[in-house]
Write a protein that binds this ligand. Structure first.
Ligand code: PEP
Length: 248
């Protein structure tokens, strides 16, 4: 179901101590001004439990940055979707550009990860986005279209309730260079119409990610096809993160 959502991806940041500090600071911000938007943190897996221990707000939930494409078994180092679900994880990132680039995740891997999420009642946050060369060549819509098609066409038993798409132009991630509201809206509208025509899902949530901060969140979130944000750097600052979630 389409709804507003802001998720904070902590990536490989924080220690046990600083994760507690960040969660405490988020709690304080949420107590100051109760929030009506769905909001979630995606800490390193080791610190998930401390984020799920407490009910920060009825709209607060916790995600995981990566899950295994396989079901349980002899896969040393992997975290299964069933494990994540049993630890009260609601969201799992799938296909983040850093995982695609540094861990060589293929479209087939991503399709399998989405399947594991659906089987275990976890919402897959499926990330897509073009590189700078595609933006410069003008080929970006085609690139994103192919990313969406290549993965979603392979997923068995796709369930709209278990899928969110995040458009994250790679050139905007961690660079400080945000897509303009118009640039983001153009791609979001294309994704919405593609998912609708191919899969019949007309009310999927589509998040924007890429140097989103309090100063630009409002103009992005007001766009008709942008339903919220996947936040990296700014999610490590409680005030900025909650301010972004309050930008609807
Ligand atoms: C991300 O990595 O998903 C992201 C959006 O990062 P940042 O906000 O730092 O650009």
């Amino acid at each position: 179901m389409r709804r507003n959502l802001v998720l904070g991806n902590w990536k490989q940041n924080t220690t046990k101590e600083s994760a507690v500090e960040l969660l405490d600071a988020i709690k304080l911000e949420l107590e100051k001004a109760p929030i009506s938007t769905d909001i979630g943190v995606i800490p390193p897996a080791l610190f998930i439990e401390m984020a799920t221990e407490e009910q920060y707000s009825p709209h607060f939930s916790v995600g995981i940055q990566n899950i295994s494409k396989t079901q349980k078994g002899a896969f040393t180092g992997e975290i299964g979707a069933d494990m994540a679900a049993s630890a009260s994880v609601k969201y799992a990132l799938v296909g983040h550009s850093e995982r695609r680039a540094y861990f060589n995740e293929s479209n087939q891997d991503l399709a399998q990860k989405i399947e594991r999420c659906i089987e275990n009642n976890i919402v897959a946050v499926f990330c897509v986005g073009e590189e700078l060369k595609d933006r410069k060549s003008g080929n970006y819509l085609e690139v994103v279209k192919q990313q969406v098609n290549a993965v979603l066409a392979e997923v068995k038993h796709l369930d709209i309730e278990k899928l969110v798409i995040a458009y994250e132009p790679v050139w905007a991630i961690g660079t400080g260079e945000t897509a303009t509201a118009e640039q983001a809206q153009e791609v979001h509208a294309m994704i919405r119409s593609l998912v609708n025509s191919k899969l019949g899902f007309n009310d999927i949530s589509i998040l924007y990610g890429g140097s989103c901060k309090p100063s630009n969140a409002k103009e992005l979130f007001i766009q008709p096809d942008i339903d919220g944000g996947l936040i990296g750097g700014a999610a490590l600052n409680a005030q900025d993160f909650v301010a972004i979630a309050n930008s609807f």
